[in-house]
Design a protein around this ligand. Structure first.
Ligand SMILES: Cc1cc2nc3c(=O)[nH]c(=O)nc-3n(C[C@H](O)[C@H](O)[C@H](O)COP(=O)(O)OP(=O)(O)OC[C@H]3O[C@@H](n4cnc5c(N)ncnc54)[C@H](O)[C@@H]3O)c2cc1C
Ligand SMILES: NC(=O)c1ccc[n+]([C@@H]2O[C@H](COP(=O)([O-])OP(=O)(O)OC[C@H]3O[C@@H](n4cnc5c(N)ncnc54)[C@H](OP(=O)(O)O)[C@@H]3O)[C@@H](O)[C@H]2O)c1
Length: 249
């Protein structure tokens, strides 16, 4: 089912990366889920998934997107301005949510979020709820981008650092530019050589960690393989583990 949404706010993080806040009647959702945005092109419906950045209970939906050259929908979204309309799916979907993570002894005490590019969005949504802060002793956001101006929602991240100074650990990884305070490696390289754990001051292990991985599909697969070599397992409903993933393409 589709509803017509109206753009009520737009933020440009750089010339390709942008956020749209959209007034739309969407059913209740769980932080980490995605909606679809759609438009008709030559009598064909083009629909694509976008993770919700806003937390549940907000009167609007917000997405973070990058305009992909030659893409069918994202360049169109990039042209939208306040007041424009876009079709929005009324029901969010997706299983990369804290509801999928085992509770009790199997949960572990550290929650790790690994994101490349726009995939920071669902983790911003989750961190804007009480759940991660109530369930875990430490929450680590590892955020991998090409350039420093690809780092979105830094204002929100700084607020979280102030609000949870002992609990929240933020590790930016900027790969194509040197940035003070950021690692200069891919997330996968930083996992393999131990740099990310060293900066976090924590060890990734099957007993202590839950890891959510989202974004670039090769990063997701490679990070998963690295973590499996360390004894972590994919989180399945029939067999609780420590790794929960979502690939963006
Ligand atoms: C569950 C899910 C959630 C998603 N959430 C988001 C989101 O929150 N924000 C978002 O921008 N995209 C998200 N995507 C990707 C999104 O659905 C579209 O694929 C993307 O916007 C490009 O659409 P397009 O029609 O322009 O190009 P497409 O023809 O769909 O894609 C062309 C190519 O663009 C590249 N690409 C696609 N998405 C991205 C991306 N996010 N970052 C970098 N390169 C990309 C890939 O190489 C892909 O093959 C999500 C995808 C899935 C499956
Ligand atoms: N971001 C921009 O400045 C920019 C500009 C023009 C167009 N675009 C378009 O946007 C898309 C790319 O967007 P993006 O930069 O957000 O996403 P991205 O290409 O997935 O890069 C985001 C981060 O993920 C890293 N990464 C890529 N592949 C990886 C892998 N296999 N394992 C581990 N880490 C990996 C990148 O490192 P590396 O730097 O080492 O690849 C980068 O740090 C492209 O389709 C492109 O056309 C982006």
């Amino acid at each position: 089912m589709w509803t017509t949404g109206k753009i009520i706010e737009r933020v440009d993080w750089n010339d390709k990366l942008f956020s749209l806040r959209i007034a739309a009647e969407v059913a209740p959702f769980i932080a980490g889920q995605f909606i679809k945005l759609s438009e008709r092109q030559d009598d064909k419906r083009i629909a694509r998934a976008y993770s919700l950045v806003n937390p549940p209970g907000t009167a609007y939906v917000e997405v973070l997107a990058v305009a992909v050259e030659e893409g069918a929908l994202s360049p169109k979204l990039h042209t939208l301005v306040v007041g424009d309309e876009i079709q929005v799916s009324t029901q969010a979907a997706g299983f990369m949510t804290l509801a999928e993570i085992p509770r009790g002894e199997e949960q572990g005490k550290h929650l790790w979020f690994l994101a490349t590019g726009t995939a920071v969005g669902p983790f911003i949504s989750m961190m804007d709820t009480d759940e991660p802060w109530q369930r875990f002793e430490k929450v680590v956001l590892v955020y991998g981008v090409r350039h420093s101006d690809d780092l979105a929602y830094l204002d929100k991240i700084r607020q979280l650092q102030q609000r949870y100074p002992e609990q929240f650990i933020y590790i930016p990884c900027v790969t194509r530019q040197r940035l003070a305070g950021a690692l200069d490696c891919r997330i996968t390289a930083g996992l393999e050589d131990g740099r990310i754990e060293a900066v976090a001051g924590l060890t990734l292990s099957a007993t202590d960690s839950q890891v959510m991985i989202c974004g670039n599909p090769e990063m997701v697969s490679d990070a998963q393989r690295i973590l499996k070599d360390r004894g972590l397992q994919k989180n399945l409903r029939r067999a609780p583990g420590q790794i929960t993933v979502e690939k963006y393409w």
